[in-house]
Design a protein around this ligand. Structure first.
Ligand code: PMP
Length: 403
């Protein structure tokens, strides 16, 4: 553990050392079975019991109401780009079998490259249905092509009865996140949504899941997240789905809906306790260890408090650097992500110098995404406040160094 660096990478990302050590033991001997977690049958009573406790932890820590099921799938966030379209179009078909195709609408809120990627997949899969962009944040940026803000509420145009309304709560690449303070202009525009008691609202929480409570979780049709940022290894995709959205996709297909691949049909997973096939056992295992530790620490309320302080410190030093003309934030203040802070280091060769200096101090994973450039600091749950302080100290030192 002494050889480890501070890993500010965007995902897969840091996990607590204590968890990795425990997981190592589980790889040799899972729960006293004499078999490792990667070796034991997923149908064994030990694993079946384990996966139920993982589900119970998520339900408890996020206060998931009984109206919603928690499913474990594979395929990552990208798999859900497809799954949400197909399952929700099937639901819409069952609700409105005779609607002309083009009158079936999927509403997308575009605030960054991940929501844009999801909308692109919807266009591929939606057949004759219409993909409507409810708002595109790029149109509000100075150059017309940057995802650098959450749009104000009056800019959203939702359809009246869409098959889904899609948004990405935290845009990992652009570093843009909805505020969870509902009085903030950067909050999600719940007030603008169609007045439908069973809203088809779909939220991609891939990079903020479990970092703080989910606002109005009960109003969502689907919330999903890959495990690989805040919870564990890649391979596990967590889907929280309201039961009216777990539909008989075969009945919908008979009415003309697009068939849903069996590995992406929520109903298959809901009926078979998330195990119609072999789940990603190791990822489920480590996620369970992390959730148990989270519960001991105080759950999402604990992480919300710590994560709030972490990002405040990083944005504070970023604003200092802006004051000196040495740094430039990518995102408009108010729209900045708690999980991924994106900025530029200004000046010839300055970014390389910044990264080399950080690496010399054992801090890695700070290079921004290739599409945006600059620096990206990811502050997921496993990054401690002390580690954040080390980075902030380094940035301050960098700002005071003559080039
Ligand atoms: N959505 C968001 C917000 C993400 O950050 C990512 C991955 N970084 C994805 C979707 C795609 O997820 P995956 O790589 O698990 O397919």
């Amino acid at each position: 553990a002494d050889s480890r660096v501070i890993n500010f990478g965007a995902g897969p990302s840091a996990l607590p050392v204590s968890i990795l050590e425990e997981a190592g033991k589980g790889l040799l001997n899972f729960e006293g079975t004499g078999m490792g977690i990667a070796e034991i049958s997923h149908r064994s009573k030990e694993f079946s019991a384990y996966i139920s406790t993982v589900e119970a932890q998520i339900r408890d820590q996020l206060s998931v109401p009984p109206t919603h099921s928690i499913l474990f799938l594979q395929g990552g966030g990208t798999g859900q780009f497809s799954a949400v379209v197909l399952n929700m179009l099937a639901r819409h078909r069952l609700l409105h079998p005779d609607l002309p195709e083009e009158a079936r609408v999927l509403d997308y809120v575009l605030t960054g490259s991940w929501s844009a990627a999801a909308a692109k997949e919807a266009r591929r899969l939606a057949g004759g249905a219409t993909v409507n962009v409810a708002v595109d944040a790029r149109t509000l940026s100075a150059d017309g092509k940057s995802f650098d803000r959450i749009p104000p509420h009056d800019t959203y145009a939702f359809s009246s009865d869409p098959a889904l309304i899609y948004y990405c709560e935290n845009e990992t690449v652009s570093g843009v996140q909805f505020s969870h303070d509902e009085s903030a202009p950067e909050s999600f525009p719940f007030d603008r949504l169609p007045k439908n008691s069973l809203l088809p609202l779909v939220g991609d929480y891939s990079s903020s899941f479990m970092s703080r409570p989910i606002p109005r979780l009960a109003d969502h049709a689907i919330i999903y997240a890959g495990a690989q940022k805040n919870l564990g290894p890649a391979g596990l995709t967590i889907v929280i789905v309201r039961q009216d959205c777990i539909v008989d996709v075969d009945a919908a297909a008979k009415l003309g809906a697009i068939p849903v691949p069996i590995g992406y049909a929520y109903k298959t997973f809901a009926e078979q306790k998330s195990m119609p096939n072999t789940p990603p056992v190791f990822a489920v295992y480590v996620t369970g260890l992390v959730l148990k530790r989270n519960a001991e620490l105080g759950g999402v309320a604990y992480y919300e408090a710590v994560n709030k302080r972490k990002q405040e410190k990083v944005y504070k030093v970023l604003r200092e650097g802006e004051g000196k003309g040495l740094l430039k934030g990518h995102v408009k203040p108010g729209s900045g992500s708690w999980m991924n802070v994106v900025f530029e280091v200004l000046g010839e060769g300055a970014e390389a110098r910044f990264l080399a200096g950080a690496e010399a101090k054992g801090m890695k994973g700070l290079k921004g995404h290739r599409s945006v450039g600059g620096i990206r600091v990811s502050l997921y749950n496993a990054i401690t406040e002390e580690q954040t302080d080390s980075l902030v100290d380094y940035i301050r030192e960098f700002l005071n160094q003559p080039p």
